[in-house]
Ligand binder design. Sequence first.
Ligand SMILES: Cc1cc2nc3c(=O)[nH]c(=O)nc-3n(C[C@H](O)[C@H](O)[C@H](O)COP(=O)(O)O)c2cc1C
Length: 375
Amino acid sequence: MADLSTVFTGIRFENPFLLASAPPTESEANIMRAFEAGWGGVVTKTIGLHPVVNVRGPRTAFLRADNGGTRLSMAKRPDSTLVASWNWELISERPLDWWVGRLSAIKKAWPTRVLVASIMAGSGSDKELANWQVLTEAVQTAGVDAIELNFSCPHMDRVDMGANVGKDPVLCSVSTQAVKEVARIPVWVKLTPATADIVEEAAATFLGGADAISSSNTFPSLPPIDPRTLDFEVNVDGYVSSGGLGGPAILPQSLAKMAQMTQAFPDREFSGLGGISGFDQALSYFLLGCGTVQVATAAMLDHAIGPNVITALASGMTEFLERNADRGWTSLADFRGLRRGNVVPHSQIRRPEASDYHGGYEDQTDDDAGGLASG
Ligand SMILES: Cc1cc2nc3c(=O)[nH]c(=O)nc-3n(C[C@H](O)[C@H](O)[C@H](O)COP(=O)(O)O)c2cc1C
């Protein structure tokens, strides 16, 4: 019998599929609807203490490719396929007080579903470290099951927040440690993929005491320029700023980041996200070693909270387990991490003539032999 339930950072999930921190989880009504639709967990839109004012006009746009053509544009049109989401939205505009009562109400209504609060504060001063602790204490008192620290938003208006924390291993470690000092529930950390070697930030984050790492947030990017108007397809008064790319386009890049981390820390826990819209993509993350996965863009495009997406994810996993029942697989634990070891250095990939290949270097055998002979 296929069993979709799993345990991640000590928490039981009815299924390993979560709505990621994004517009689908920005309100009580949405989160209630998400649980009704069957999501195993949700991560709230990121909650902070500082003033949040979004830009004028649209915060999110969707990049589409013409079917059978070369045009890539955010213009809404028929006969095109989704490539990516692009957004420059900040964290929740709602204050902490607004969230606290609602988190309690959600948890009371759905005690067996997993509610994760995403939080963000600044860095670089004792006051900001104390803000991380204020947020932690407030959301855990409200009854959430876990906390996700946002070290990953790529488009902050403040330089001491979001991906700017995730790019600095010392800040990753210190901020995680501040939260762990007061947390009584598991602490997940969402790292930015926009660094040279994510293993360094992951190591620092685990050193700070993180229970799990979530990856990826969106990748820094710009909208294309309209060839007729010569304006960016999203702009305010002609100006644009770097925003975040999500959705199908980022799956391969996000998998690469995840593979680096699951190989470096095979005994640690990871929540995979980036480009998941069906079970096939979720499976890639599971096979690399992730214990849960999260979805944002695909859910935004499916009745705001992804009722069809979660139905397809759950039935996809059930069918996958049934297809592999003869291998004795009944749950995620039976196939999690199965392909973690298959990502290897380029030089270890087989060449047509193995005897002629020396890892990209000249054959040294003759030189060595010569050296020995003359010695
Ligand atoms: C409009 C929008 C808003 C987002 N807001 C947040 C946020 O507040 N906090 C956060 O951690 N991630 C945020 N994200 C990032 C998503 O949680 C997710 O990491 C990213 O979109 C990649 O997943 P996807 O390919 O399923 O979209 C946001 C994404 C989008 C598209």
